[in-house]
Design a protein around this ligand. Structure first.
Ligand code: 5GP
Length: 120
């Protein structure tokens, strides 16, 4: 059902073919700065495994991967002292306007963010 493209940009980052500004790395997860930040804090958190979307990850990742991913999101929030708040976004597929087909969570923070849904 899920067909992963191993040439996507995040797969290439995970293979070390493209540099990234790492915020945190754990056994199953990598967190790094978005190349085109939409807020003062814009971090992407990705599983190291080959998952396309959040639902793919939630369906097929191991419990260790899922726990590690969530704990890494928490660790980024703690490390960057996001006590004033943050927003998590995981775009999926065409209607979700997902550009990179490797599951990722955006962490946005550092200013009062706008409404959740923008224009198409
Ligand atoms: P999506 O639209 O798929 O949810 O978000 C993809 C995100 O990846 C975008 O915010 C975009 O700026 C970011 N991005 C795309 N290419 C690169 C890259 O080569 N390096 C980094 N760090 N971020 C990237």
């Amino acid at each position: 059902m899920y067909s992963y493209d191993d040439q996507n940009i995040f797969a290439r980052i995970l293979r070390g073919e493209i540099p990234n500004k790492t915020v945190l790395e754990s056994a199953h997860t990598l967190a790094f700065e978005d190349i085109a930040p939409q807020a003062p804090v814009h971090v992407l958190v990705i599983p190291k495994g080959a998952y396309i979307t959040f639902d793919h990850f939630a369906a097929e990742a191991s419990e260790a991967e899922i726990v590690d991913f969530n704990r890494t999101v928490q660790a980024v929030i703690a490390q960057l002292s996001l006590g004033d708040g943050y927003r998590l976004i995981s775009n999926a597929g065409q209607d979700g306007v997902q550009d990179v087909p490797h599951m990722h969570m955006h962490i946005l923070a550092g200013r009062r963010l706008g409404r959740i849904v923008g224009e198409a």
